[in-house]
Ligand binder design. Sequence first.
Ligand code: ADE
Length: 227
Amino acid sequence: MRIDIISIAPNLLESPFNHSIIKRAKDKGLIEIIIHDLRIYGLGNYKQIDDTQYGGGAGMVMMIEPIANCIKKLQLERDYDEIIYMTPDAKTLNQGTANTLSLKKNILILTGHYKGVDQRVRDKYITKEISIGDYVLTGGELAAAVLVDAVVRLIPGVIGDEQSALTDSFQDHLLSPPVYTRPSEFDGMKVPDILLTGNFPKIEDWRSEQAHKRTKEIRPDLLDETS
Ligand code: ADE
């Protein structure tokens, strides 16, 4: 998979993509992540990328021309399966969206700043808009890093134990059951007996029960979801 990201703060994305699992996925050739500095496409001597909003109001708006020029250049080089705009005023990212995106070949992500981008960018170029939650970040870069992490770890070969990605929280609209490792007792707190029996069908039943219990307590809304 190839992921292109358009940003006015490319430095913000350096660290998340150069460590741990994402770095290994890049080293293994499973993904390619290319960051494009929008400022290069800015207008005039000052490389302007934003302006005041029509109709008045506080906050600057990212202009269409620099973004259009950047997107058009990239589109000449390849077709994109999705052109995604990270913005708080969109549907919230969930595991289903991450699963779907993990099957794509080329994704382009636009990150916003200030008051956001001129609506015409969204109307003309964006095929999908994603929020990572009901709060406002200073820019879309951290949101893009969250999205990329959630997607990349689902690509076969990226995490060693593929079973582990499939049994994550949310894959079946349930939170994960509790997990334990050695020692079997710490400060009088014991690991549930069932996990020490080696009876794997029974252990699976227990995990499923615990997952339902946890979901009902903490995120009952997930149990109502059908997709
Ligand atoms: N940009 C600013 N806040 C955001 C959010 N919550 N999700 C996605 N992009 C954003």
